[in-house]
Write a new protein. Structure first.
Length: 137
């Protein structure tokens, strides 16, 4: 054991070093892209956008939700929801349809096929990340 492997009080450190003891070699190092750590889609990963996509994902393919209903359901302000929807629209994950009911403007939002696939990949990546976290069952 080198001086780097001991604490100031002389006891062994808990630090894992590759090629250490047999017990250390049984603990895989699961960090880094070279070992297959899943990447999380940054467009979906933001909490507000994740909530939006998860909400739209429960709708049948092709169905849409009114902006005001989504705003109320998610407890978001119109401005905040609008900003996040714009980012999702720019990524091709949502489709925004502005129309009128009589003389009243109404905005509808739907998850696109690309958005549905991106959410599916995102949830797979999160599951893989959690599975690789090495937590106890």
């Amino acid at each position: 054991m080198s001086d780097d492997d001991t604490r100031p009080d002389g006891t062994a450190s808990d630090r894992h070093e590759p090629g250490g003891t047999a017990a250390d070699r049984d603990v895989p190092d699961r960090h880094g892209p070279e070992l297959g750590v899943p990447e999380l889609d940054p467009v979906i990963h933001a909490q507000a956008r994740l909530r939006v996509v998860a909400t739209l994902n429960v709708l049948p393919d092709g169905d849409e939700m009114a902006f005001n209903s989504m705003k109320q359901l998610l407890g978001m302000t119109a401005g905040n929801l609008s900003v996040h929807l714009t980012k999702l629209e720019d990524a091709g994950y949502v489709r925004i349809n502005k129309t009128h009911r009589g003389r009243t403007p109404v905005t509808f939002v739907a998850l696109t096929k690309r958005g549905r696939l991106a959410f599916e990949e995102y949830t797979k990546a999160v599951r893989a990340l959690l599975d690789n976290a090495g937590g106890r069952p």
